[in-house]
Ligand binder design. Structure first.
Ligand SMILES: [Zn+2]
Length: 829
């Protein structure tokens, strides 16, 4: 899954008992599930909130006479085991006891689920513009049990055959292709789907509604794209690129992993009210915020491409071969994140993926890893409710970087050879981390056990510092540093402001100090090409040159590494925001690689808007706006992103004049300009009315809310607060992120301070309420302003007993970021 790159996860814990690892091990030792035949009736969702299902599980028991339980959190209405009636009243805490098993068993459980509005496993949404109803399911980690009775743990894989009854006007999609659609005597149609291969329950799916559908045949595959009717024009706009990326990705992974995707049908379904995307086998779902309502920027297209490839990589890593238990879920996500960048660079037009990822997501990995909420990549998961606790930039971004480091450490050839063995030997099965490390180590002829524990069992980031001929590595915790394979890039000044690449010196560190022999050069870049995950510090002379002249470096990854280093130094208090901004803007002056321009502009906006003393905000934003304005002058794929950056930093009449010229034909930009003006006290309700009339987006009302929320007025913030926390009507994804940015503005501190206390008051009401709430309303909405009193209160809440670990991590991470911001702003000692 993803969101920033997090696949969709529906909930943390929701009442029923959470399966423990021990229980899962016991059940795995006791039974083998052969197949599920699941008849689902969605007709009760056309106007109501009732999903009915009858699940027939065929399974073997290794100890006849023993007992176990099946998971079902809906209301059990009828059940038989081997023809014998079971009392539905024995079901409690989401479990139905199964006594006296035979060697061969057939279990039939009928159940009803009426909770279809909270995003827990099953979501029913009514489109605001045309009142059409859409249903999607998303079962990770243990929500299949909300839809139908099953043994909901990843290592009890089985064939699934879905039969779905739905209203006449609905289309149904599921993992496999449908084999028949028949009319039902009592109304509606029944969709029969072919048997799936052996899958974990959490990657099964069914989606339904009056979808708009486009199909195309590419290579050996029959590709389908779906969205709600009101977004049809957007899917038409993006379909060509989506089909092309899908074809390129399937070919790349099939070839490199030595195993083609085995099913002809590969569907991708865009659904409302979903925050990320989910790797259901053969039927990936995406939040339809990814069908961007305005012309997408280059960076937005790249985001969608990355998510598409991330979910596709899961078809192999996650779906074909699955972790035995949720403690290796991080590996699923780290792998899919790594594989998506690797495939984007190797197989698509997005060839600058590594530079883009360094300038964007990887910084988030460093940010989390430097705070108290960091944790080792690998952790204990005693029960399923803990599976998502560490689902953050450590799993995704640091995890990706560590796999990239592993590939560099053993060489890509050995890494890929190991992967091919892994997919061949474990197809349709389950594995642990050591199975992967074992085959990679074998292919490389190297024992990776100490590498594994050093990289996976310790939190925090090593620092690599170059001084003279010595590279010093320090661990984050006083313990010895990890082993690193890195390059030191050496460059010489060429006299006209340019930098000439002299050599790359390959280094493999072992211990704290490594002697390196470097050629004559003026600038040395530690971790050039970004092979490892570490804070990089070069010598003083190199640093000055690097900060001033990074734009002259010949490679985009080197430039991104420089910018990342400047940012790292800023947040650690080693560099002023002025100097950091000068470095980024200097690079942007000449940057031609499209994949990094927007991430650099975003970083520049962040430095100017978050890490700058309030009395200098306007001046620094104006510098960013000037640069964005210059980039926006040129037509092409960078224009839209540059205009957005200009809109959010606009300060002078010239900036607004340039924006107004194009905003008339650019609704996404027009909304941003209106928000920017509103933040400056130039709110015009008539403009909002006109934009609402112009905008075909079914969710356009949210854009109006964002404009109003930008104002420096208590009632403006109050309205947004109500939508966020009382109505909870703000869709996850881009809209929520934009609203959060509009809400917290450091220069509106006075109006905002009362909301910092109210933020903490909301948290107990939200905990346990699903990923959208934890990541969006707790993590995302963490205040952008604050004082010592708030920081103390937030820390105390995070540290108090019984706090959900995901909430704790969100709070501690937020405190850490805010403290760094307040220090850079001079608001905190
Ligand atoms: Zn994922």
């Amino acid at each position: 899954m993803v969101g920033r790159y997090r696949d969709h996860v529906t909930a943390i814990s929701d009442g029923p008992l959470s399966l423990t690892m021990t229980e899962a091990e016991e059940r795995f030792a006791l039974i083998d599930v052969e197949r599920y035949d699941v008849a689902v009736d969605l007709r009760g969702l056309f106007e109501g909130e009732v999903l009915e299902a009858t699940s027939t599980a065929t399974f073997r028991c290794h100890r006849p006479g023993a007992s176990t339980f099946v998971d079902c959190t809906g209301e059990v209405t009828h059940a038989t085991l081997n023809g014998v009636e079971l009392d539905p009243a024995t079901a409690s805490d989401g479990r139905l006891p199964l006594p006296d098993l035979r060697a061969d068993n057939v279990l039939v459980v009928s159940s009803r689920q009426t909770d279809t509005a909270s995003g827990h496993g099953i979501q029913r949404t009514v489109d605001a513009s045309d009142k059409l109803v859409y249903i999607w399911t998303s079962f990770e980690p243990d929500h299949a049990r909300r839809a139908f009775a099953n043994f909901d743990q990843p290592d009890l894989k089985a064939v699934h055959a879905f039969t779905v009854s739905a209203p006449d006007t609905w289309t149904v999609t599921s993992n496999s292709a449908h084999t028949a659609v028949d009319h039902l005597p009592d109304g509606g149609r029944v969709w029969r789907f072919a048997d799936t291969p052996r899958l974990s329950t959490y990657v099964t799916v069914f989606n339904a509604g009056p979808f708009y559908e486009i199909r195309e045949r590419r290579g050996d595959h029959d590709l389908g794209l779906y969205c709600r009717q009101s977004l049809k024009h957007l899917l038409d706009r993006d379909a060509a690129e989506l089909f092309e990326l899908t074809e390129q990705g399937l070919a790349w992974f099939g070839d490199k992993f030595g195993a083609p995707f085995p099913q002809e049908k590969y569907d991708q379904v865009f659904v409302p009210d979903m925050g990320g995307a989910m790797e259901n086998w053969g039927c990936v779902t995406y939040g339809d915020g990814l069908l961007y309502r305005s012309t997408p920027t280059h960076s937005q297209r790249l985001t969608l491409a990355s998510i598409l490839l991330h979910e596709m990589a899961h078809m192999w890593f996650g779906d074909l071969v699955t972790m035995k238990w949720w403690n290796d879920l991080w590996l699923n996500e780290a792998f899919a994140t790594w594989a998506s960048t690797w495939a984007a660079v190797g197989a698509t037009k997005y060839r600058d993926g590594w530079a883009t990822s360094l300038a964007g997501g990887k910084l988030e990995g460093y940010r989390v890893d430097m705070g108290p909420a960091s944790h080792p990549i690998r952790g204990e998961v005693p029960d399923v409710s803990q599976a998502m606790a560490n689902f953050d930039a450590i799993s995704y971004q640091k995890g990706q970087a560590v796999l990239k480091q592993l590939s560099a450490y053993v060489g890509e050839e050995a890494f890929l050879a190991g992967l091919q063995v892994y997919f061949r030997d474990h197809a349709w099965g389950n594995t642990r981390l050591e199975d992967l490390i074992g085959v990679v180590g074998a292919a490389a002829g190297e024992d990776l056990s100490s590498w594994e524990s050093a990289w996976l069992d310790r939190a925090g980031t090593d620092t690599l510092s170059l001084e003279g001929g010595t590279l010093t590595a320090t661990g984050p915790d006083g313990d010895p540093p990890r082993p690193h394979r890195l390059d030191i890039g050496c460059y010489a000044e060429d006299g006209d402001g340019g930098l000439r690449h002299v050599a790359d010196v390959a280094v493999r560190t072992d211990g704290a100090e490594t002697a390196v022999t470097l050629p004559d050069s003026d600038l040395r870049i530690v971790n050039d090409h970004d092979l490892t995950f570490a804070a990089a510090r070069t010598d003083r002379a190199s640093l000055d040159l690097m900060l001033r002249r990074a734009g002259a470096l010949p490679d985009a990854v080197s430039r991104a590494l420089t910018v990342a280093t400047a940012y790292d130094m800023l947040v650690k208090g080693e560099l002023s925001s002025d100097d950091a901004l000068t470095c980024v803007l200097g690079v942007l002056e000449t940057e031609k690689v499209t994949g990094v321009v927007e991430p650099f502009l975003r970083l520049a906006s962040l430095i100017a808007g978050y890490y700058t003393p309030v009395d200098r905000l306007a001046e620094q934003r104006s510098r960013v706006a000037d640069r964005a304005a210059a980039i926006a002058q040129a037509e092409g794929e960078l224009q839209q992103g540059a205009l957005y950056a200009l809109a959010s930093n606009a300060t002078t009449p010239e900036h607004f004049a340039q924006l107004d010229k194009v905003a008339a034909d650019n609704i996404g930009l027009a909304w941003r300009v209106a928000a920017s003006r509103a933040a400056r006290g130039e709110y015009d309700p008539e403009v909002v009315e006109q934009l609402l009339e112009r905008d075909p987006d079914p969710d356009a009302a949210m854009s109006g809310l964002i404009v109003r929320a930008s104002r420096n007025l208590p009632e403006a913030k109050e309205e947004a607060w109500h939508a966020l926390y009382v109505d909870q009507s703000v869709p996850a994804g881009l809209v929520l992120g934009t609203l959060i940015q509009a809400f917290w503005r450091p220069e509106q501190r006075e109006v905002l301070i009362p909301f910092t206390a109210r933020y903490l008051e909301e948290i107990p009401k939200l905990a346990g309420g699903g990923m959208l709430k934890v990541f969006g309303l707790i993590g995302g909405m963490f205040p952008g302003v604050g004082d010592q009193e708030f920081l103390d209160a937030a820390t105390a809440m995070a540290r108090s007993e019984g706090v959900d670990p995901t909430v704790r991590a969100a709070l501690l991470g937020g405190v850490n970021t805010l403290v760094r911001g307040l220090r850079a702003r001079g608001e905190l000692a």
